[in-house]
Design a binder for this molecule. Structure first.
Ligand code: NAD
Length: 521
């Protein structure tokens, strides 16, 4: 409750048919260690996706507020970057404990704004928490390199140093995990951080900021602004910001990558996906079907690593009716309702888009094997619900295949051989994730070797790497050089300084100026 009060005057943590007729609470900005009310005249409504009732409003921060946030980051960098690495580590050790202690509270704040089930929301927090835990290893992660005696009396060593002010722009689908991919890693390395959370789900980021403050992060080390395009442009253009981390759609991500890079910033941009699950006939049928159903429809398909496309190879085609039966059994309900498997989509517009992509499949000759468009959820008739949907007989030129649907829709293709399946996956422009289901090691090896996708699961439907590795989506799903978290995350948020020093013995005096290029030989 103490945490909740930082957010808004009253955040409705109980779902249901709640209605705010007059005072809709407002989301604060977090500037220089204070949760402040924006002076803007432009506000956006936040809806509970299960009811479409307006539950809060979020400001589009003014230019002055955004400038104040960056200035605060700049000032804080001077001391935070000089704070000993052990003290920075201590802040994040306390932070991980606070997140663990408040996981339920965070999950509730996610469910009410984002819609996903409470259990799934806890998973969202947990995967972010793991990055915080990993960030606590900073004393090893930030080690430089040394090489003594590269020539007589001369040694070389490198330091990893923070960049300065870094910024993050996040999507709606993981309100905890994705912000936690960003600022803990950046800050533990000595940077200060400006976060612009998704304007559709800002509450969780505010709670995370409060906990970080409680863990001892000094004022100004993290600032939070809210908004849409103007805030994004501000971040891309501001000369003090040295690096931008973005996660979201291709439309926004490609724009931010180009605009930020042109201004000389480092940019890492994780974007959209179309992830294929290739099902071989020798797979463990029971496990494969359960995993496919979970990975296609969990979080209502609103995961960048959802398995949204199945390719059934050879005899595995016969499993389709059973796949449909299992999918039908999932319970569609508001995220806080016991037993809910599939929550609502984020907005009525998202629902409309998903439904029209389903219809496009029908119009282009695909076969609708399970249609979730008319699902009714008792007590939540105004929610953005779409039930599990399966489209069969899909071919690669159909719109339902070429576009990221980002809803509870599984499109099913068929292939005669593994090679045919690999060709389909490799022709798709996205490269975020894929999985193969098989009991044959040679088949698995061939697939992992030949498939041109950055993250591959073998009998693992959602292969999101733990933070000692990095999130390595590729091709159309990523722009940049260094990926999120893990070793690459540390590289992204640090620059290297190389020191070459020579300490000659007293009698080794130079006899004159050396004007030729030093070869150090
Ligand atoms: P989105 O691109 O609409 O929004 C992401 C952020 O960008 C938000 O903060 C938003 O304010 C801003 N934004 C939106 N449109 C913009 C524009 N035209 N110009 C500049 N900024 C803009 O994404 P979303 O709908 O919130 O999230 C869903 C998308 O994110 C899906 O495509 C999903 O695949 C992708 N995603 C990718 C990963 C990954 O790691 N690859 C993870 C999660 C989500």
């Amino acid at each position: 409750t103490a945490l909740r009060s930082v957010l808004t005057a009253k955040v409705p943590l109980k779902l249901g048919r709640m209605c705010y007729s007059s005072s809709v609470p407002t989301t604060k900005l977090f500037i220089n260690g204070k949760f402040v009310e924006s002076k803007t005249s432009e506000w956006l409504d936040i809806h509970n996706p299960a009811t479409n009732v307006v539950i809060a409003r979020v400001p589009k921060a003014t230019q002055e507020e955004m400038s104040a946030a960056v200035d605060s980051c700049s000032r804080a960098f001077l001391s935070w970057s000089e704070t000993s690495i052990l003290n920075r580590q201590q802040v994040f050790l306390r932070y991980q404990q606070l997140i663990k202690d408040n996981i339920r509270e965070l999950a509730k704040a996610i469910t009410v704004e984002q819609g996903k089930t409470l259990a799934d929301a806890e998973g969202d927090v947990f995967r972010g928490l793991q990055v915080v835990e990993h960030a606590c290893s900073v004393t090893s992660l930030m080690l430089g390199e040394t090489l003594p005696s590269i020539t007589k009396d001369m040694d070389t060593h490198t330091y990893r140093l923070p960049l300065g002010v870094c910024a993050g722009i996040t999507p709606f689908n993981f309100p905890a995990m994705i912000p936690l991919w960003m600022f803990p890693m950046a800050m533990v390395c000595g940077n200060t951080y400006l976060l612009k959370p998704s304007e559709r789900v800002p509450a969780c980021a505010m709670l995370l900021a409060k906990m970080l403050q409680d863990a001892g992060a000094p004022d100004g080390s993290l600032n939070i602004i809210h908004g849409q395009h103007a805030a994004v442009n501000f971040i891309c253009d501001h000369p003090v910001i040295k690096a931008i981390s973005f996660v979201g759609s291709n439309q926004a991500g490609e724009y931010i990558y180009e605009r930020g890079s042109k201004k000389g910033k480092r940019v890492q941009s994780n974007m959209g996906a179309k992830n294929h699950g290739v099902v071989m006939p020798d797979a463990n049928k029971e496990n494969t079907l359960n995993q496919l159903v979970g990975a296609a429809f969990g979080a209502a398909g609103q995961r960048c690593m959802a398995l949204s496309t199945a390719i059934l190879v050879g005899e595995a085609r016969r499993w389709l009716p059973e796949l449909v039966e299992r999918s039908k059994a999932l319970r569609v309900n508001a995220g806080d309702q016991p037993g809910a498997d599939v929550g609502p989509l984020i907005s009525p517009q998202a629902k409309e888009r998903v439904c029209s992509l389903i219809q496009s499949g029908v119009d282009e000759g695909a076969k609708l094997l399970l249609d979730g468009r008319n699902v009714k959820v008792k007590g939540y008739e105004n929610g953005n619900f779409v039930g599990p949907t399966i489209i069969g007989n899909v071919s690669p030129e159909m719109k339902c295949y070429t576009q990221e649907i980002f809803g509870p829709v599984l499109v099913v293709l068929e292939a005669d051989t593994l090679d045919d399946a690999i060709n389909v996956v490799n022709r798709n422009p996205y490269g975020n994730g894929t999985a193969i289901f098989t009991t044959n090691g040679a088949t698995a090896r061939k697939y992992t070797h030949k498939v041109d996708v950055g993250q591959v699961g073998v009998n693992v439907p959602i292969p999101v790497p733990l933070p000692m590795f990095s999130f390595t989506g590729s091709r159309g799903s990523f722009r940049g050089d260094m990926n999120f978290y893990g070793k690459q995350g540390v590289q992204f948020y640090t620059q290297i300084k190389t020191v070459i020093s020579q300490w000659k013995a007293e009698d080794a005096t130079l006899t004159g100026p050396a004007v030729t290029m030093p070869t150090m030989g």
